[in-house]
Design a protein around this ligand. Structure first.
Ligand SMILES: Cc1cc2nc3c(=O)[nH]c(=O)nc-3n(C[C@H](O)[C@H](O)[C@H](O)COP(=O)(O)OP(=O)(O)OC[C@H]3O[C@@H](n4cnc5c(N)ncnc54)[C@H](O)[C@@H]3O)c2cc1C
Ligand code: FES
Length: 362
């Protein structure tokens, strides 16, 4: 038995089996509903139920408050159809998402870019297509069914380019000549996976991933874009910037772009020079690094404080902007709340991936 699910205003439709979450059914059908944690913790998959009935599995109230639930909002990662349903979700793409697949990858390079940030290049299987949309992430499949998610930091391979010679725009590496993906991984001491990355992981090790995953990507519009990166939340934004620079789409290349990168201290701006380099290809890209805890030794004379407050200082009115925010959950949540309440950012123009850890999901 299945129910039909329609998404307004895109008009996209799919079927959900009995007991299946709306998000799982959408992703199986290739319909790009927005999502993040798939676990009722981040709120990225929030949609409005226009008609029909759903049952709702357990979720965190920070992802969906009682008030929002009373107003008819649901989390598609937790909602199961009990009848045919119609949802309102402006953030659905017209195109299908690339299908996620499991595959082995080989560690190609490990570069320490900051005291606690590792740039990891993973070599993909030969002759195995791996298509993704900038902003998406992959999951590492670990022992005992554990998974850990990391955003893709490079742009997808151009369709016309031989993937065996793909090179990252302005990348600092020179040796990567095979199909690869790039990740930026922050060490969380005591963490199951990042202790391994900063301890025993070495060149040529084989890992298993599943991807591409996630519903964080650029949405067509002519509105100016604010990119808000916190820490390694820079990774998917780098992928987006790299793909905009390589794009042949004149309207995309014409968009105003302003990157805010919030970190603790100067050494955390681990690809500061990369941003300066890509600005030569994207002259409309403004760049504002913001340090929350600059040490005296850094002799920092740039912006200080919380990165999302720097955005509010510069843009007291965000009603005609799109915002793409990524990284520490507290930064993403604060930005969403304050941008909407203090700067009139429309809810449909805030796109985000919060880097929730297992602890955040409990
Ligand atoms: C969509 C998405 C994309 C992401 N992309 C990135 C990325 O590009 N780069 C990146 O660096 N991170 C990213 N993350 C975060 C990443 O997935 C991991 O959560 C993070 O790296 C920690 O993994 P871990 O296995 O090392 O730590 P975990 O084992 O998950 O532990 C995390 C921390 O919590 C502590 N801890 C664990 N359990 C408990 C407990 N019960 N009580 C108290 N403390 C506890 C650990 O000591 C550790 O410090 C992303 C997350 C999501 C959801
Ligand atoms: S709450 Fe549904 S994807 Fe995070």
């Amino acid at each position: 038995m299945s129910f039909s699910v329609s998404i307004e205003p895109s008009g996209r439709e799919f079927h959900a089996q009995k007991g299946e979450t709306l998000l799982s059914a959408a992703l199986l059908a290739g319909v790009a509903l927005p999502y993040g944690c798939k676990d009722g913790a981040c709120g990225s998959c929030k949609c409005k139920l226009l008609s029909g009935k759903v049952s709702h599995n357990a979720h965190q109230t920070k992802a969906l408050s009682e008030q929002e639930q009373a107003q008819g909002h649901i989390l598609t990662c937790c909602a199961v159809a009990q009848s045919d349903v119609i949802l309102h979700c402006r953030q659905v793409l017209d195109v299908n998402l690339p299908l996620a697949r499991k595959m082995p990858v080989r560690v190609d390079q490990l570069n320490l870019m900051a005291p606690d940030v590792m740039q990891v290049f993973l070599q993909l299987p030969q002759n195995d297509a791996f298509d993704f949309i900038p902003g998406q992430y992959v999951d590492f499949l670990l022992k005992d069914g554990l998974r850990r998610s990391y955003s893709l930091a490079n742009a997808p391979f151009p369709k016309t380019q031989d993937p065996n010679t793909a090179q990252s725009v302005g990348a600092t590496h020179t040796l990567v000549t095979k199909r690869y993906i790039e990740l930026h991984i922050r060490h969380m001491p005591g963490g199951v996976f990042t202790d391994q990355v900063f301890g025993s992981l070495k060149h040529k090790d084989i890992l298993r991933i599943e991807g591409p995953l996630g519903g964080f990507f650029l949405h067509a519009s002519d509105k100016p874009i604010i990119f808000l990166a916190s820490g390694t939340g820079f990774a998917p934004i780098k992928s987006m910037l790299e793909s905009i620079a390589a794009s042949q789409d004149a309207s995309l290349k014409a968009r105003e772009l302003h990157l805010y990168w919030g970190v603790r201290d100067l050494y955390d701006l681990y690809q500061h020079e990369w941003v300066k380099e890509i600005q030569k290809q994207l002259p409309q890209l403004r760049y504002t690094p913001v340090l929350s805890e600059p040490s005296e030794a850094s002799q920092w004379d740039g912006r200080n404080g919380f990165v999302h407050l720097a955005v509010l200082q510069d843009y007291p009115d965000l009603s005609a902007h799109q915002v793409y925010a990524c990284g520490a959950p507290i930064v993403v949540e604060s930005a969403k709340t304050d941008f909407m309440s203090q700067a009139n950012l429309p809810i449909d123009e805030f796109f985000a991936d919060a880097f929730l850890s297992q602890k955040d999901k409990q």
